[in-house]
Ligand binder design. Sequence first.
Ligand code: F6P
Length: 380
Amino acid sequence: MKRIGMLTSGGDCQGLNSTLRGVAKALYQEYGDDIEIYGFRDGYKGLIEGKYRLMTKRDFSGILTIGGTILGTSRQPFKNMKIPDENGVTKCDKMVQTYKDMQLDCLVILGGNGTTKSANMLREEGCNVISLPKTIDNDLWGTDMTFGYQTAMDIATDVIDKIHSTATSHSRVFIVEIMGHGAGWLTLTSGIAGGADIILIPEIPYSLEDVCRTLEERRRSGHSFSIIAVAEGAISQEEAAMSKKEFKASRAAMTEPSIGFRLAHELNEACDQEVRVVNPGHFQRGGGPDAFDRVLTTRLGVGAARLIKHQQYGNMVALRNNEIVAVPLSEVAGKLKMVPVDDQMVETARAIGISFGDGIQTKKDKKKKKDKKKDKDKKD
Ligand code: F6P
């Protein structure tokens, strides 16, 4: 009898249920009645506290299109995993104990960056683990795409689409703040898909002056409105030059609730245009997965079941070059995938005139700027 544990950890996203379903259906198909699947309640919390239940085939029926997670989730920061409690026992110890007590053959863990680090820790502690890459942020290293990302992109794009009409009617500047934690993937792609005029992402620090200049240029050329897609993690060029400590202090002193509102405040002062902010927030994580994510999660789920069958533990199931592959957790853990500043997607956006608020429009501009700097250095 195979005994498999499953949990979903960290912030939820679309496609958690369809992934669980993919894994479970493929396992039942392979093992018939010779398998027991246990679902842990609220992510690692359930593993720590021994809160789980034996799932049945029916639990995995009718959940392909359902948002959230049937198992519940919680955030259990990696940095706290090895801190002993009053009895000298760590969360990590408790999780390993539950794993051993239940005589599990493998733990299937659905999560993002922090979750994957903890999954790797459990692997190092001798547990058989397989992880699956979840997050709307698409910032997990080792996979071309995470699940949830495409659906969140659809939602963010829809917000930008809908803002266009009211922005046009009122000749306003609209700032749409998009999730993504410290990475700009979601903002970059939904910004392109939604036809944003300016895209601000953490990887490319912006200058307020340049954002204003772009807005003014648009107005002068007859465009009465502008749309700015700003990542929640976007930073200004001044902030980029700060030390970590200075940056923390400056953000702590920020009076606006988020970067989108701060930018609106700054633009209201710096240029003569009416600015509004839209923050779709957790809406971007809501509802069921789109068709792309349903297919991706089914493929990833089946990939996890295959790894269990072949006892290839200690891996994350990933999408690479449109193939489902196994990537060692030891390689993945702790690595973030940020948008490369010269990513083809960034260049594509620049090529159609989208501004990143950094004063660079195209590769040609970049080269010109570099050459100018070289000339200046030579003269100096
Ligand atoms: O990681 C997914 C995400 O939605 C990020 O984009 C965002 O920064 C964060 O989670 C929000 O976290 P919470 O749901 O805890 O507010």
